[in-house]
Design a protein around this ligand. Structure first.
Ligand code: ZN
Ligand code: ZN
Ligand code: ZN
Length: 215
């Protein structure tokens, strides 16, 4: 089977706000070394690296919320087709895929965009975009209030987004809390929580099953 390892990335620049398309080939990536994706204005729009040629880590300084978003893809996901990458407020910040599809998409950006995305078979990073956005916002709110804490006393907590879940990681010990974000029940479970406690040196899950059990 012939696999196309050339990808086009269209990313809106965080500085000049223009969108241009950059091409990379996956063979260009050396293990654990970032390559920068530059805007025509000189700004670094994103950087990408591979971890053991299995996972690909894409970091984008977001033009919408000004945070750096981190996305991880498997090789399969990158080769599978066209991907829409969104900020947590739902806004598209990057398109990855076949060069002609990405160009076609940018040409039609003014039209019914959801339809154009579907026609060109772009798929979302998140399994359930609406649920992920709701859950991520709830978590950000808790974090802002200082309501996400680790048993070890640390309140410096890292948030990582995956297609189906969010991981909260204590930056001091090895404590991790995993929160699934696939269904509306996942969101309902979190909705009335007023804090999240990470357990020291432990990996735990919040999903509809475990949460119902501890009630
Ligand atoms: Zn720029
Ligand atoms: Zn953002
Ligand atoms: Zn801790």
């Amino acid at each position: 089977m012939l696999v196309n390892t050339n990808l086009a990335l269209a990313i809106q620049c965080n500085k000049c706000h223009s969108i241009c398309t950059n091409k990379i080939t996956l063979f260009q990536l050396k293990n654990n070394k970032y390559i920068n994706i530059n805007c025509t204005c000189g700004e670094v729009k994103a950087r990408i690296k591979t971890e053991n040629y299995k996972e690909y880590r894409l970091e984008i300084p977001c033009f919408v919320c000004e945070e750096i978003h981190i996305f991880k893809y498997s090789l399969d996901q990158l080769l599978k087709g066209n991907i829409v990458v969104r900020c947590l407020n739902g806004m598209e910040i990057c398109f990855i895929g076949d060069e002609s599809d990405v160009k076609e998409l940018l040409k039609k950006k003014e039209e019914d965009f959801t339809k154009v995305l579907n026609d060109l078979s772009f798929y979302d990073y998140f399994v359930n975009n609406d649920v992920m956005i709701k859950i991520a916002n709830k978590i950000k709110e808790l974090k802002k209030e200082g309501s996400i804490i680790c048993e070890c006393g640390e309140n410096n907590i890292g948030i990582r987004l995956f297609p189906d879940r969010i991981e909260l990681k204590c930056l001091k010990c090895e404590g991790v809390q995993i929160i699934y974000a696939e269904t509306i029940e996942d969101y309902n479970n979190l909705l009335y929580r007023d804090y999240i406690m990470i357990h020291k040196d432990m990996v735990e899950y919040i999903d509809r099953f475990s949460y119902n059990n501890d009630r």
